[in-house]
Structure formats: C-alpha cells, structure tokens
Ligand binder design. Structure first.
Ligand code: ATP
Ligand code: CA
Ligand code: CA
Length: 436
C-alpha cells in the first residue's frame, strides 16, 4: 500500500502558511535578484528585510491574499549562494511559485520540523527551530566561505532563510534547501547514517509493507552493504567528506547524518510511470515508532512549452525590476520535472544527478548513489550536553549519538570511510582482522 503525500491545497490545514511562505519567497527573491549584482559586504551577513503583506499592498509589496509578515535573512548572501550552487534565478522562482505547489511530508519527527517539497520536487522547505535559525545566521559566513572553497561540498545546500508570521500566529522559521533525491529516478533504498549504533535501527519487521523506509546504521551493517566507488571516486568522496566534517567539528555541530539514496539501474524506474513520479520519504528521521508510514508524493509532469513560456516571463520580470505579480500563477503553473538532473561541474551529481557506483576495476556498477550530509544545524549546546550526561550512565559512551562535536565527527567519518569499499576490499580487510 502506498500513501500519497499530502498535497497542500486550500483544504489543507497548513495551506495559508505554505501559501504565505511561497509568496514571501517569490517577492523577496525577485526583489533582490532584480538588482544589479555586487560583491558581498560584512553587513550582508547580518542583514534582514521585513515585509508586511496585506490585501491592499503598496509600492514595495504587492497585494496578497492573506495578511502576514515576512522576513528575508541575508538576501544577498543567499543570492550568491544560489549562484555558487548554479541555480538559475528564474528556475528557482518558478519551482517555488504556483498555487498548489507543495507537498507536505508526514508528521513532524522528534525535532518537530515540517518538510515541504516544491512541486517540481527539486527543493525542500524545512521549518526549523529558532535556535537552529539563530545558529545558521551565526555560522553563515563560515558556511559561505566553505561553499566558496568547496563547490562540491556534500553539506546541505541552503538557498534561503526566511521567517513568516501570521496574525496571532507563532513565528515560523524555515530554510530552502536541495532535495538530494532526483525527481525522475526511483530510489530503491534510503539510509540515514550517523556512525552510531545505539537506537540506529529501523525495525525491519515493519518493512513488509514498505520497502522504502529510511533505514539506519544497524540496517546497513546487517546487510553488509558498502559504498562502492573504486579508488578514484572513493578518494574524491572521502576527501570532500573530510573537509566538510572538519567544518562541522570546528563549528561544534553534531547530530548530522549522511543521507544515502540508492537507485538500482537493474530495477529501473518501475514506479516512475510516464507522467508521474512516485517517491517515498520518511521525514523526521528519528525513531521509526514515532512516525507513521513513510509517505510518497505523487506528481504530474506538465507541458514543456508551458514551462518555457513561464520561464521567459519570469526572466523578463526579473530584468524589468517588476515584482512578480501575485495570484497570477494559477494551477497551470509548470511543475516540470526537468530533463535528468545532471548538474554539470558538480562531482557528486555527475551521473544522472548522483554518483555512480564503480567496481574496483573502475568499471561502472548498476547503482547510482545520491549522497549528502543533512541536518547540520544542531549546535552542541546545553541540551546535547545534558543528553550526553544522562545517556552516558547507561550506554557505551562512544556509541551513543550525542558525543561532543570533535568525537562525533571522528566517529561519523570513520564509519563512512569504513563502509566505502568494494566487496573485495571488505573481504581483505576482514581477513586481515582475523589474522591479527
Ligand atoms: P531529527 O532531528 O529527529 O533527526 P529532523 O526533523 O531534523 O529530524 P532531518 O534529519 O533533517 O529531520 O531529516 C529527516 C529525514 O528527511 C531524512 O532522514 C531524510 O529521509 C529526509 N530528508 C531530509 N533532508 C533531505 C534532503 N535534503 N533531501 C532528501 N531528503 C531529505
Ligand atoms: Ca536527523
Ligand atoms: Ca534535526
């Protein structure tokens, strides 16, 4: 049985929130992008821009369906980040524009975050805690520097940081980031790996109905799975991972994981019916018993012409500094899934948007891996220290997940490099271990 991910339409409880999020993004992103590009200044990292939306509108803010306040954080920094990640401004707006554009994913996990997919499935909006929001602003310069120096970073790609507030409502902070998984390929297996074994298991008994749950470290180990890259790719991957982890350690971040999606070309795209993409996710990540069944998202492919026309219009508007009109997007808004998802120039997206598995002899294998380090905004703050303190009584100290950031990073990297090998290599390593 497959559950269809909740389409966010007028009847959905979070429709107004989602609608306002997108309206705010559209207006603020087109506002920033309409200006002539310039170099960043220190002030850009602290900047925030507030807009008040209402039915009336004014010369700066177009009229909106609902009353709400919107804050755009460090708009110029994110504009530059989007360029570093080579997003086309018009495409970005298009993906995040349109009426019924979002799918909401599952019930909130341990963290309470909500996940929304853009209609074309390229982007994820994740609501984040105020503490995560403050922390991202604090580390934004380090992050920006890191992305500049490491265009192939495996870390989550942040494209925007915003806040929305409805009358009498709470402030909702959210980020826009890359969906690691491609719209056009089935992902046959998903793993969320931290390098910890305590509680890192998806009960495989539950798998019967659902072969696409997000599995964890223990499931991976039990299956004796490996990331097969051959020597060259392995080196590229581990070198980048090491640099990324070093940054996370320096910024005292922990609790992140390597998300691994595996597409098996042998199995192909059974569920990727023509004109439809079926995808399953298990958002919230944490203990499976806290979650309902992972959800799938059903989407339709629109006409190409429609997409191209819309893109032209948007480019025109951006050029002419005219704010993109509201409510004009209607249901004919394109949700083109795009041709492949090759991201030219990005090492880990070079094979159909992912990184192809490779045998030891460098011949290509059947799997394509979609890889990235996610959930990297948890600062090793007081809560984690407490958790560490309490858990430290009962479990092996190095196995629990709330280690200090330095150790967390080491354990994480050791785990991932330990599983990055061919079956032949793994067999040799096991032999050596036996001999010793
Ligand atoms: P927790 O703190 O309890 O782990 P969280 O709410 O912070 O949960 P994440 O760990 O960020 O959530 O993500 C949960 C799950 O959502 C992941 O295991 C993965 O399945 C999916 N997910 C998150 N980010 C992405 C992404 N960028 N691309 C694809 N899938 C993602
Ligand atoms: Ca997580
Ligand atoms: Ca989290």
């Amino acid at each position: 049985r497959v559950l269809v991910g909740t389409k966010v339409d007028e009847k959905h409880a979070n429709w107004v929130t989602a609608y306002n999020m997108l309206t705010g993004i559209r207006v603020s992103v087109s506002r920033t992008n309409a200006k002539l590009d310039r170099d960043l200044t220190d002030a850009d990292f602290e900047a925030k821009q507030k807009s008040t939306f209402d039915i009336a509108g004014n010369e700066l803010v177009p009229s909106a369906k609902y009353d709400f306040k919107f804050k755009d954080y460090a708009p110029w920094v994110f504009r530059h980040l989007r360029r570093l990640f080579r997003l086309d401004p018009a495409d970005y707006l298009m993906s995040l524009t349109g009426k019924y554009i979002l799918s909401e994913l599952g019930s909130p996990g341990k963290s309470g975050s909500f996940f929304y997919f853009s209609r074309d499935y390229k982007y994820i909006i994740k609501t984040i805690h105020h503490a995560e929001h403050k922390f991202l602003r604090k580390i934004l310069k380090d992050y920006y520097q890191h992305v500049t120096n490491n265009p192939n970073t495996l870390l989550s790609q942040f494209y925007g940081l915003h806040r929305v507030k409805m009358p009498y409502g709470k402030k909702i902070h959210f980020v826009v980031m890359n969906n690691l998984f491609p719209p056009h390929r089935d992902i046959h297996q998903t793993f969320d790996l931290k390098g910890s074994t305590v509680g890192r298991e998806y009960k495989e008994d539950d798998l019967g109905t659902n072969s696409r749950a997000t599995l964890k470290d223990l499931n991976w180990l039990r299956r004796q799975q490996h990331l097969e890259f051959g020597l060259h790719k392995k080196k590229l991957f581990l070198e980048q991972l090491q640099k990324d982890v070093a940054l996370l350690q320096r910024l005292k971040i922990m609790d992140y994981s390597l998300l691994v999606g595996i597409h098996d070309a042998q199995r192909g795209n059974e569920e990727n019916l023509r004109g439809k993409t079926l995808r399953v996710f298990n958002p919230g990540g944490s203990a499976p018993e806290e979650h309902e069944q992972p959800h799938s998202v059903l989407m339709r492919t629109p006409s190409k012409l429609e997409t191209q026309r819309k893109a032209r219009e948007l480019r025109q508007m951006i050029k002419s500094e005219r704010p993109v009109p509201m409510g004009e997007t209607g249901s004919q808004m394109p949700d083109e899934l795009g041709e492949g998802q090759n991201r030219p120039g990005f090492v880990f997206n070079q094979d159909d948007g992912g990184f192809r598995a490779t045998h030891e002899d460098n011949s290509p294998a059947d799997e394509i891996y979609y890889l990235g380090v996610i959930d990297c905004l948890t600062h090793y703050g007081i809560i984690k220290k407490l958790e560490h303190f309490w858990k430290g009584f009962s479990n092996d100290r190095h196995q629990i997940s709330a280690l200090p950031p330095q150790e967390y990073g080491e354990r994480f990297f050791n785990f991932i490099s330990g599983i990055t090998m061919s079956p032949e290599e793994a067999a040799r390593a096991a032999q050596e271990k036996d001999a010793a």
